[in-house]
Design a protein around this ligand. Sequence first.
Ligand code: ADP
Ligand code: MG
Length: 685
Amino acid sequence: MGRIHVLSETVANQIAAGEVVERPASVVKEMLENSLDAGATRIKISVEAGGKKLIQITDNGCGMVRDDAMLAFERHATSKIKNAEDLLSVATLGFRGEALPSIASVSRLRLETQAAEEASGTVIEINGGKIARVEEAGLPLGTSITVRDLFFNVPARKKFLKAESTELSHIASLVTHYALAHPEKHFELHSAANAMLVAPPVAGYSERVYQVFGKETLDQLIPVAARQALERVGLPQPPPWRRKEVDDDGEQIVAQDPGEMRIHGFVSKPEIQKLNRNSIFVFVNGRLIRDRLLQHALTEAYRNIIPPSVYPVVLLFLEMPAAEVDVNVHPSKTEVRFRQQSAMHDFVRDSVRAALMKARPVPQFMTEIHAHATASQSLTPGSLTPGAPSWDPADGAGAASEELNSAHSAHVARNGAPTGVTFSGGFTLQAPVPPPISQRFQFEGGIAVEANAAIPVARGTEYAPLRPGVDAIPDNGCAPALDVGGEEPTLSSLGTLKPLGQIRNSFILAVNEDGLWIVDQHVAHERVLFERILKQRAAQKVESQRLLMPIVLELSPAQQAVFTEISDELQHNGFEVEPFGARSVAVKIAPAGVDAAAVEHMLHELLDQFSREEQSLNLEKIRARIAASIACHAAIKVNMPLELNKMEWLLAELAKTDHPMSCPHGRPVVLRYSVKDIQKAFKRI
Ligand code: ADP
Ligand code: MG
């Protein structure tokens, strides 16, 4: 007898569950997506014990008729696609028909559903993949699914679940982000008796950010909005003379409009720096995804604005025609593949970059987004960082708890009940190294409470679900319409700064109507020189100086390789470097302002930097690096006394730069202590 047999349906489902259902948050994700696909405008989620004991999701979507409800638990049963062709243009979040049978095979599941087309509703109970009960019942329109005892029959899986608080924080963050993606819908998340998130419909995306995270977070974000026509879609078009105007049935053939890519959302100001990518959330056609290409585009957008080792906070929504993106890449649907990868990459990079340049925000003394997002781990198996944030109402530590606390307080505040939750948010003097006095500058939180109390909410507004790639995105959220109070000083006010003096011959202290400013003299000058060099380079007019004695450098093989690659560009930047023997080069001319003594060090550093680079070099990157390096070595150093007129000159030059808030390496240049901050610190307001 042969040894091969076909696995039973239950085993097959459990295997699928291994991929689709990693943890409670994955169950929530699948069911949330189903509710959204069903056109729900109100979605309520309740969990117990971090979702390990119970997850219940109730929606007011289209519901299912009895036959469909039965079929929904069959493997590969879906209402969303019919054939392989449909896979090319999936407009729903689900399409694999795997989630419900998978979840049902590893839990005790109860489905209650009522469709408008049928007189009575249907209740189905399934335990570990086996149908236990099917009956009729009078139910409200929509669907409610209760999942109890996840992994009760897969002990190996159950063992891998983390602490309840960790699982709960994954769920909370996931729900929060879906709520951010759908401001026109009502979302609720409850854990046992706690209302963690109650978000009635609001008018737009920034209102939603305000509603969920509060004013402070919104203040730290810059809106992004852009669109770009796609040039080509599908196969290359035949030349016009070979194109048929009419098809075989005599119907007029209309040239297909390739459509466009659109992006909107928020990115953080440069002073917000996160140590990992957990606060980067990107939705593609309504789907929360992780994508290396887009991560790279974001890193590029922030290049020379924040240091390479830190990450911004990002909430971006990308929309494009469904045919432009393959969503069938991974069972949990958290990865996609773009058809026009580089177009997408550059579009994201350039839109974010443009938004950052336009906003030219003034860095304040470093503030942290307290309400930052944490769900990402749930979407990347195995990436859970040790010491993941915990949810404990009594414990204000951990970013997730603060996020949840804010959401929680927001809700409770609206309902007038005492919160019992204390959290300290707000402004913390953090840069440079906090002096001992910093404790006194720690302001009390409460932002979310007041923010939420003040926000007008448009209750009961019904919206048709946004069909990704089809309907226009409501970009009402992108221009922050909210009066967030207080003028945000732009850097043109740098021009009015009066220098007072230096701290330790390194930091310039200056004042104007906006408050007190501290400028790092070295990085300020670096920024000025960096932009000047780039401009001179573009005009082929970099200033240089002939060295009294040529400087001979010995290069390692790796350095030699890089040198060959960038020698042209070095020349355009004011260097004259010639081969000198087998492994050496002689520098005869160097850019103006760089000390002869620094030239050797600078070139070695530059060549090493390039040789460590993993990504391939492009000209723009090479230029920026060289300019940054020259700027760094030519700039005024710290520990250098400056006369008042020098300081005035430097501030005036800085005010003229395009991007005065950070040095080419991404460090902040100026810190501002606003009048409001000062008044707050003195407890005047
Ligand atoms: P998929 O979402 O990939 O189609 P699922 O297993 O998640 O597969 O769901 C199977 C089907 O059950 C869906 O195609 C949909 O028709 C139906 N369904 C699931 N959840 C809901 C819901 N909340 N409301 C209405 N229909 C639902
Ligand atoms: Mg689904």
